[in-house]
Design a protein around this ligand. Sequence first.
Ligand SMILES: Cc1ncc(C[n+]2csc(CCOP(=O)(O)OP(=O)(O)O)c2C)c(N)n1
Ligand SMILES: [Mg+2]
Length: 644
Amino acid sequence: MSKRRQPADASRRKFLKGAGLVGAAAVSSPVAANAAPAVPLEPAKAALPGPLQTAVETMPPAKDPANQTTSGGDFMTDVIKSLGMEYLMINCASSYRGLHEAVVNHGNNKPEIITCVHEDIAVHMAQGYAKIAGKPAAMACHGVVGLQHAAMAMYNAWCDRVPLIVFGGNIMEADKRGPGAEWAHSAVDIGQLVREFTKWDDQPASLQHFAESLVRAYKIATTPPMGPVFIALDAELQENPIRDAESLRIPKFAPVVAPQGDPGAIAEAAKLLFEAQNPLIVCDRMARTPAGMANLVALAETLQCGVIDNAGRMNFPSRHPLNQSFRRVMIGQADVILAIEMNDLWGTLTHFSDRIERRSAPATKPGAKVITLGVRDLYLKANYQDFGRWQDVDLDIAGDGEASLPALTEAVKRLIDDGRKSAYAARGEKLAAAHLAMVERSKTDATIGWDSSPITTARMCAEVYDKIKGEDWALVGTTIRLSWPHRLWDFNKPNQWNGVSGGGGVGYNLPASLGAALANKKTGRFTVAFGGDGDFMFNPGALWTAAHHKIPMLYVVQNNRAYHQEYMYLVAMAARHGRGVDRMDIGTTIKDPNVDYATVARGMGVHGEGPITDPKDLAPALSRAVAAVKNGETAVVDVVTDPR
Ligand SMILES: Cc1ncc(C[n+]2csc(CCOP(=O)(O)OP(=O)(O)O)c2C)c(N)n1
Ligand SMILES: [Mg+2]
């Protein structure tokens, strides 16, 4: 008999019981070796006194639990694997312990479990991953408490139209719930917590129901407009033996072929664009696959028109001569605007200010025609208002942007004759010159304050680019309003960029970048990201996951020691109210004490550099960090920047 199984000293047991210091199961578990195994209650969980102990001590012995040779979780694992999901991001919890154990043992850790220290990290990782991998990851969380932590990240993914499969453990049958926490963690309708920002949810009541619901959920999540879905996992269903193995069937998944715009409407759009003097393309969450960028380049080159890319995805090469993203003035010059998969069309076509009072005016010129192409409005919900303000349009084509572009390009090509071709070429040359001027201006602007300390964000971005431009790099995160990479770097490949948070929920950048890095790890792509210090402080624990799972990533903390955006809002508010701005750092700064992010990083087991205040120290620190990343590590570089 092992020492661990020695019966506890009777008087000590009595004392501990009396003091209420240990749970009932902990007291009663050291049974004699030859006694029938006790009901395997969870130690110390729900440490309720008195009645529970009586119940435990008088419980009849259970049937030998080892007789169970299958579990519902095994079948669930098989269904998850059948959909090709590679990863399961989790923060472990008893409400889905059946699935967890089955994934590890029955599935041989496939899908691979990614251990996360907060549900917000797990969901954001899955969001960042999906945008690079082009397919969803699964995420599992603990009943209503885990799901409440997951919720804001799910909202970001919802606003970002990113497919995620979120599982939440639940115990549906009240008579099966153990005392204490299992009640507090269960719900009658757990999906209700996140229903307003998921595309679909279900609570399967049988294993076959689970299989059909998961395949349906996967299909719904990955059909444009994409989004997160939620499946409640009943604990009994996961943990109990499979009783009806012969009748269980994994449904066949056939991905939906993305819907294309109606041919008549496409022809009409082509005619409007063909005839326009100054056609303009604006786009946002357009490229879903590597084909997206090439499709957009083909249309823009056919028309020789400008493209304003709001950069929700890697839509258009940054150095393409037709890229006019930093020339918003073009919106006011265009006579026909084609808006593809726009998130906030009104916001893009409108001047808005809230500095004196909230005011707006159209940025378009009177009579300009607006064509929309996309699936954005095919699936909306009422409560959350992320659909943005109403925008008048002239031709509204429902169809996936990326999938509809080739037909539109062909329709334009059919209209173009030689005369038009030369007019288009002249238009393209003017745009190319304007693009070059824009790039040159960016380079000049970037030199302002080059040697100053704190370091300018322009210099930070230029120095980072210098170190990574020879790699097969992907930028997978930037701080709010950090436009220098898109102004200075040469983005020319699909997946070199994957957009932003979607819902503007801070805490996205660090874990989502890590999720993207996980997807990039397979391809050997070098992952780089910038993140604010404020964002970092929401989820620093993501770095532990980076170390534990050996995910390489260069993460540059733009450390302005503030929630600077909010600081600026406060300054504007004080100015508007005619009051002083000298106390605006109250509640908006992260100093006194300053956070040492490199030390935090090292504490989590990843490489740390900084804080870097002298710009001359930046290049050597980045070299060391890049070397660490190439060695398979995550490296954090803390750059103390000016507030811009
Ligand atoms: C969950 C959440 N909390 C608060 C905010 C409000 N907010 C918007 S920007 C911002 C500052 C973020 O700080 P940091 O990442 O350092 O970026 P900075 O503004 O300093 O560039 C905050 C707190 C938010 N958008 N989301
Ligand atoms: Mg900041």
